[in-house]
Each structure stands twice: as C-alpha cells, then as structure tokens.
Design a protein around this ligand. Structure first.
Ligand code: ADP
Ligand code: MG
Ligand code: MG
Length: 234
C-alpha cells in the first residue's frame, strides 16, 4: 500500500539515501534498523514529507504522492523527534486545533477519550510548557492517533520514555496492529523490534542491505546474530 521506489536523498555533496526501494504492506509492521548515521531518520523524514527526496517515488494506494495533500496527511500519521505541539496551549486545545485541520468527527469526545487513553486527562486544561518529555510524548501519541491514520510511521518512539510510557506505547501499537493499521517503526531497540515487528529491514550507509521475516521460530538472539552478520558484511 505504501511503496517507496528508488528513494534518494543528497544533502550538499553527500548521498544520504541511495535508491531505497521498500514496500510497507497492508497491515504489517515493518521495522527499519541500522547503525547510527545510516540514514534512518532522513529516510523517515523523506517518507512522511518533512524532507523532499532528491529523486524517487512514493506511491500510496497505487497513486504517486507528489505534494502532500490533506488526504495523504490524514492517511499517514507520524511520530518523529519533533512533535510539533503548541507549548502555550493545553492538551485539549492542541488536539482541537489539530483535529480541525483533518475535520475529525466528534472531535471533542474523541480528544477526551484519547487523553484518557494516554493518561493525560487530568492535565487536559494545563498548558503543556511545564510538561515532562514523557508527558509530551503521550500527547504526541494522542495527536497522531486523532485522525485515525491507516499508516503509522514512528522514528525511535521508545527513546527517552519511562517504563510506564513504553508499556503504554506498546499497548497502543498492538491495538493498532489488531485494527489493521500498517506500521513502520525505526528503532535501535532489538527487544522492541522483535516484540513488535513482522518484518525487519536493515539500513546501512543509506541503503537497504537486507530484510527478514520474523517468523515465529526466529528468536531475539537469532535476529541479533543476523543483524551483526549483515552489518559486518554489507
Ligand atoms: P540515523 O537516523 O540512521 O542515525 P540520519 O538520517 O540522522 O541517520 O543521518 C544520516 C547521515 O546524514 C549522517 O551522516 C548525518 O550526519 C547526515 N545528515 C543528516 N541530516 C543532515 C543535514 N541536514 N545536513 C547534512 N548532513 C545530514
Ligand atoms: Mg541517529
Ligand atoms: Mg535517527
């Protein structure tokens, strides 16, 4: 459903992404892992529209995505390192503002439900400038879920979260998986990747060097061994 074809990104003189071709299949969770500096975040930004790829195509449900239309933005929800929240607003105001952009139905009710789900309901009317990183991440999660995207793109979503927030995030990811959402998750956390993904791709020096299906018999140690071997040889 989301096809990336020959995605290339050049910044200055440097080729950051080289001909990445990867498909996020309907309803699957695909993890992208790789060494620091491999280009994972650049790949993420090019895919969600925060950066313009130098060349290549992004095809969503059979149609080439040129400019990110509202319809495309509604289909692809993303959670990156920046959460684009308004710090002078409360959680409820942030969700209202964002929900209106996507003409979310029953916005008020849905916003409150989501704030309950992420454990921020008690703080719904508190300006978020005093929030901890964990609280902001909770709000960012609520925000990304509000338009009910068909595709979720997550760049290192577990980083910096406390245990409780990690559990919450994983519960939400599993709920979305069961509901048929396609998920692309970038992570360096092998345990999370092993627990959540159906398929794993390794990115090294801007190239996809291997992918593997996480069949039930591939345990965490075997997945790590595969990664070490591929990264060494690629
Ligand atoms: P990863 O997320 O896998 O750690 P990044 O996508 O953040 O990798 O970075 C990949 C490479 O691209 C790194 O070498 C980084 O220094 C370089 N890079 C990323 N963004 C820029 C930029 N805006 N200008 C120049 N180089 C960049
Ligand atoms: Mg990095
Ligand atoms: Mg990164």
């Amino acid at each position: 459903m989301l096809e990336l074809k020959n995605l290339t990104k050049v910044i200055g003189e440097k080729i950051i992404l080289r001909n990445i071709t990867l498909t996020l299949r309907e309803g699957e969770t695909l993890a992208v892992i790789g060494p620091n500096g491999a280009g994972k975040s650049t790949f993420f930004k090019c895919t969600v529209g925060l950066l313009q790829p130098s060349s290549g195509e992004i095809i969503l449900d059979g149609e080439a995505v040129k400019k990110k239309s509202a319809a495309v933005k509604k289909k692809i929800g993303f959670l990156g390192h920046e959460s684009f929240l308004y710090s002078n607003m409360t959680p409820l105001e942030n969700l209202r503002f964002y929900g209106k952009l996507f003409k979310v139905r029953d916005l008020e009710k849905k916003s409150k439900e989501l704030l309950k789900e992420v454990g921020l309901y008690l703080f719904r009317d508190t300006p978020i400038h005093s929030f901890s990183r964990g609280m902001l991440q909770r709000l960012a999660i609520a925000k990304v879920l509000l338009p009910e995207p068909k595709i979720l793109m997550l760049d290192e979503p577990h980083t910096g979260l406390d245990q409780e927030a990690v559990a919450l995030l994983n519960r939400i990811i599993k709920e979305k998986q069961q509901g048929g959402t396609s998920i692309l998750i970038i992570s360096h956390d092998f345990e999370q990747v092993h627990a959540l993904a159906d398929r794993v791709a390794i990115l090294k020096k801007g190239k996809v060097v291997d992918t593997i299906e996480l069949a039930q018999h591939l345990d965490l140690q075997e997945m790590k061994a595969w990664y070490e071997k591929v990264v060494k040889e690629a």
